[in-house]
Design a protein around this ligand. Structure first.
Ligand SMILES: N[C@@H](CCC(=O)N[C@@H](CS)C(=O)NCC(=O)O)C(=O)O
Length: 206
């Protein structure tokens, strides 16, 4: 058995954030597929045994079960000394962006993609609302990247790993990625060890 086990599924950009961190850090890990589209995360067993919040990803390591991608990224950064902070100001700057990502950026992108690309829902007031949220959050990141190569601390950190989680799904994204955000994604894609989400985690929707 691998040292790290990531409960995940390929379509989950939240899980991809962690998979990519494990991959970039060269850690010994394996994916444990969650049958998300058959309702596994909503079942009693998953909530009792894996994550009471009923969400992917969950990282299993040395008897610990960690959930929330931001917390898992923190755990791995502290454990490996990679993609983390050098001082308290940097730590706060990284968390400022991880919190923004969880609340505004990933939250809107993931929900819109789920509705439109995965569930094939027609456009509605809900998708219109989500499109507005995606657009606004994208503008914030686009403006920020005008004066920095990476999201925080001028180098690749777990803040980048959090924000980029959904941006490599190509045609599944029902919106355009703005130019500087796209250029930043290409920088991440060029890092040694980068892999597409479907090459790191098993798909649940077949
Ligand atoms: N803030 C959480 C979000 C996790 C999340 O929303 N995961 C989705 C899959 S990508 C999920 O499991 N959703 C289950 C549900 O909403 O029922 C994180 O960063 O880990």
């Amino acid at each position: 058995m691998a040292e790290f086990r990531l409960h995940c599924f390929g379509e989950s950009g939240n899980a991809y954030k962690v998979a990519l961190m494990l991959q970039f850090c060269g850690l010994d890990w394996e994916p444990v597929k969650i049958d998300f589209f058959k309702g596994e995360t909503r079942g009693t067993k998953f909530r009792q045994d894996v994550n009471e919040m009923g969400e992917a990803p969950v990282l299993e390591h040395k008897g610990k079960l960690l959930s929330q991608s931001g917390v898992i990224l923190d755990y791995l950064a502290c454990l490996t000394g990679k993609f983390g902070w050098a001082n308290e100001d940097e730590r706060r700057e990284i968390y400022r962006w991880i919190l923004f990502d969880n609340h505004k950026f990933t939250a809107s992108i993931a929900t819109l993609r789920y509705q439109v690309a995965l569930m094939k829902q027609p456009e509605s007031d809900v998708t219109k609302f989500l499109r507005g949220r995606v657009e606004n959050a994208m503008k914030v990141v686009e403006a920020h990247l005008a004066h920095t190569d990476f999201i925080a601390c001028g180098r690749m950190t777990i803040a980048d790993l959090s924000l980029c989680g959904y941006l490599f799904y190509g045609e599944e994204l029902p919106f355009d990625i703005s130019p500087r955000v796209d250029a930043w994604c290409q920088k991440i894609r060029a890092l040694p060890g980068w892999k597409h989400p479907y090459d790191l985690m098993p798909r649940a929707l077949v």
